[in-house]
Design a protein around this ligand. Structure first.
Ligand SMILES: O=C(O)C(=O)C[C@]1(C(=O)O)C=C[C@@H](O)C=C1
Length: 371
């Protein structure tokens, strides 16, 4: 068999397919114009089911599944193309485009000296900082207007996703306007008059304890969870107990503690990403990342079809997180971050398509990394 000759045949067929694809897209564009004039949604499920059934019936039996997948992909591309014609942004909540984020009061969980406070100061050096007992309380304060922005950790390079923040994002806490990446340094800190030989216990936030698990396992100290690294440091500073805290060097200094061991994290590079969110949707002019929630039908290929739409529009997916829907099924909800700005027509087309075809679609914000 002659490989060159076979490839030449493939090339010819590709030309035929490409020409048919281009013609099909041109017709779909006209359908898009018709839909715009007649106020019809782009997504027509019944028609798509008919198209797929027809293809399945016509395809050679051993290719029926792959042909169906190919035509589903073609229709996904054609829908995004039609969305560009419609340029409908009704999926988008009302938003305000801002040059910079101005903030009088911002809030975070924990107490002074926490890493969250450092993130808050990086974002808003001149703002009044307010501290709350729980992540949920930060969200409530944003909702009531007590603070302009809430700051919550969302991801760490060693331990991964901060799950409670994702759960809150699903409960409509507002819109992400910015993120900030903070290099985290953990040290073991004790009271200045404490004899290190007498230490029995170490306390900190569970994520911090996890990020230092290698050192702590070797130390043999008992571990105690605290709501925050700074609350743990404050407790250690005030308590007569033989306890140490895992906290930042800045926090140890703030509570008058002695650093017994610096840099005890397992990974040399340890960075936490914090989100900054507000009640109203604010989009900084330089916003370059979009966050959304997508719930997909539990059907073969639904995730790959959604991901193909990003590829077809040349949009770079940065993060895909799945969390359980928590309804007794094993269904999951996806949280996606991708590069883009909502004012880009391609981005609008993709989001309009997702909003019109997913069982749940939520826009979480178009943000920028600051600091
Ligand atoms: O028939 C339509 O309404 C079209 O827009 C065409 C088309 C397709 O590509 O075949 C695209 C989107 C619809 O969801 C269904 C079918």
């Amino acid at each position: 068999m002659d490989l060159q000759a076979l490839r030449a045949q493939i090339n010819q067929l590709d030309e035929t397919i490409l020409s048919a694809f281009a013609q099909r897209m041109t017709i779909c564009r006209q359908v898009g114009v018709y839909k715009k004039e007649n106020h019809m949604p782009v997504f027509q499920k019944d028609r798509e089911d008919q198209v797929i059934q027809r293809i399945r019936d016509m395809a050679p039996p051993d290719m029926s599944q792959s042909a169906a997948a190919l035509f589903a992909a073609i229709m996904d591309i054609s829908k995004c193309y039609q969305q560009q014609v419609l340029a409908d942004a009704s999926w988008m909540p009302s938003f305000q485009q801002v040059k910079t984020l101005s903030c009088a009061r911002a809030g975070c969980q924990g107490t002074r000296g926490s890493n969250s406070e450092t993130a808050l100061r990086m974002l808003f050096p001149g703002a009044e900082a307010k501290f709350y007992a729980t992540f949920g309380d930060v969200c409530k304060a944003v909702g009531s207007g007590e603070i302009d922005f809430g700051i919550l950790p969302i991801q760490n390079t060693t331990t991964g996703t901060v799950i409670p923040t994702y759960e809150l994002l699903h409960q409509q806490v507002g819109y992400i306007a910015a993120t900030v990446n903070l290099e985290i340094r953990h040290c073991l800190a004790i009271r200045k008059d404490m004899d290190p030989a007498k230490l029995t216990t170490v306390c900190s936030h569970p994520q911090a304890l996890q990020q230092c698990s290698g050192f702590l396992r070797e130390s043999g100290l008992e571990q105690l969870s605290y709501s925050n690294t700074a609350t743990a440091a404050r407790f250690v500073a005030q308590s007569p107990l033989p306890y140490a805290a895992v906290c930042s060097p800045r926090c140890a200094e703030q509570y008058g503690l002695r650093i017994l061991r610096p840099d005890i994290a397992d990974a040399m590079e340890n960075v936490t990403k914090f989100i900054c969110f507000s009640k109203e949707c604010l989009i900084p002019e330089q916003a370059d990342t979009i966050s959304i929630i997508a719930e997909l039908p539990n059907r073969a290929g639904s995730l790959s079809r959604m991901l193909n739409k990003f590829a077809a529009n040349g949009l770079d997916l940065q993060k895909l997180e799945s969390r359980p829907v928590a309804d007794g099924s094993f269904d999951v909800r996806f949280y996606l971050d991708f590069s883009g700005n909502v004012l880009d027509p391609r981005v609008n087309a993709l989001l309009a398509d997702l909003a019109g075809s997913l069982s749940e679609f939520r826009f979480l914000g178009n943000h920028q990394t600051l600091g």
